[in-house]
Design a protein around this ligand. Structure first.
Ligand code: PAF
Length: 285
């Protein structure tokens, strides 16, 4: 696996890489969810290039968030990617990605104004900025994103449409622990007690999906039920628990597919996300 550490070197190398090229953007601290992205990338880029990036992007963290303590097990991540059959790893420093006087940015004005965007203003602009940079550098044919971060996936798709990037965004289903907890690099922050309680998040989303399919419930009743259910866990604090349209992320008035049930919940000081997608076939995507 080739390791490239600067945008300049990547720009040069990317032009020569066998195509198609599938890109898996990450912030490292890799788990089985990331490896599922790499496995899908391999299918899409058969005969071409599977590339990954590891970059803990300062632009998407707000002051006081976990930028400083975000796990960075680089040697282990590198081994995992190599073993998974990745051909190229781009792992730049923040200084090489952002000039000290960076002044051109990206702003998303609709989809980021709800859900996680309310608690983390500017976060998705930072995600768009780094993803746009990666797309410029790699010129990928495919880019893979996990469905756990559904709002991110929706916003990246919108950016690709609105800024005419020539890349196909490929969603990959969430990988879960045996008890249902969605894999996340931030699960490592959970205490024993918080880890024991955290599966209530996905259990509740599934329960909410069942309630929707049964009918006879309004959106505010459903959202209230989700918050109360999750709130039973002592270490939990619900940031939001909502039923929205999966493309617009606007509240659903009729609780019928397509619908995204999504929640962000603190367990102690760790904020976890999860969602359940009801599509037209009443299943997950
Ligand atoms: O989902 C992530 O890990 C990050 O938000 C991403 C897409 C790699 C951009 O920094």
């Amino acid at each position: 696996m080739e390791l490239i550490a600067t945008p300049v070197d990547l720009h040069r190398a990317a032009r020569q890489l066998p195509r198609p090229l599938a890109l898996v953007p990450t912030m490292g601290a890799l788990h089985a969810g990331h490896l599922a992205l790499v496995a899908r990338a391999q299918e899409l880029a058969a005969g071409g290039t599977v590339a990954a990036s590891i970059f803990v992007n300062p632009a998407q963290f707000r002051p006081g968030e976990d930028l400083g303590r975000y796990p960075r097990p680089f040697a282990q991540d590198r081994r995992l990617l190599e073993a998974a059959g990745c051909h190229l790893l781009f792992a730049p420093t923040a200084e090489s990605m952002y000039a000290a006087d960076t002044s051109v940015t990206i702003r998303e004005n609709s989809l980021s104004q709800t859900m996680c965007g309310l608690a983390r203003p500017g976060h998705f602009d930072g995600v768009c900025l780094v993803v746009a940079k990666l797309f410029h550098l790699f010129q990928p044919d495919f880019a893979l994103f996990g469905q756990k971060d559904f709002q991110q996936l929706t916003i990246v798709r919108r950016m690709v449409r609105d800024l005419n990037f020539g890349v196909q965004i490929v969603p990959v289903p969430t990988v879960r622990e045996p008890d249902g907890l969605a894999m996340s690099s931030r699960n490592a922050y959970l205490s024993k007690e918080e880890r024991r309680e955290a599966p209530i998040l996905y259990r509740t989303l599934r329960g909410a999906a069942d309630k929707c399919l049964q009918g006879g419930i309004t959106r505010s009743e459903l959202e209230g039920w989700m918050s109360a259910e999750i709130g039973q866990a002592r270490s939990s604090r619900v940031d939001y628990a909502v039923a929205v349209h999966p493309e617009t992320l606007q509240p659903k008035t009729d609780l019928v597919p397509p619908m995204l049930l999504a929640a962000a919940v603190f367990f102690g000081t760790t904020r976890l996300l999860d969602n359940y997608l009801l599509d037209h076939a009443n299943g997950t995507l």
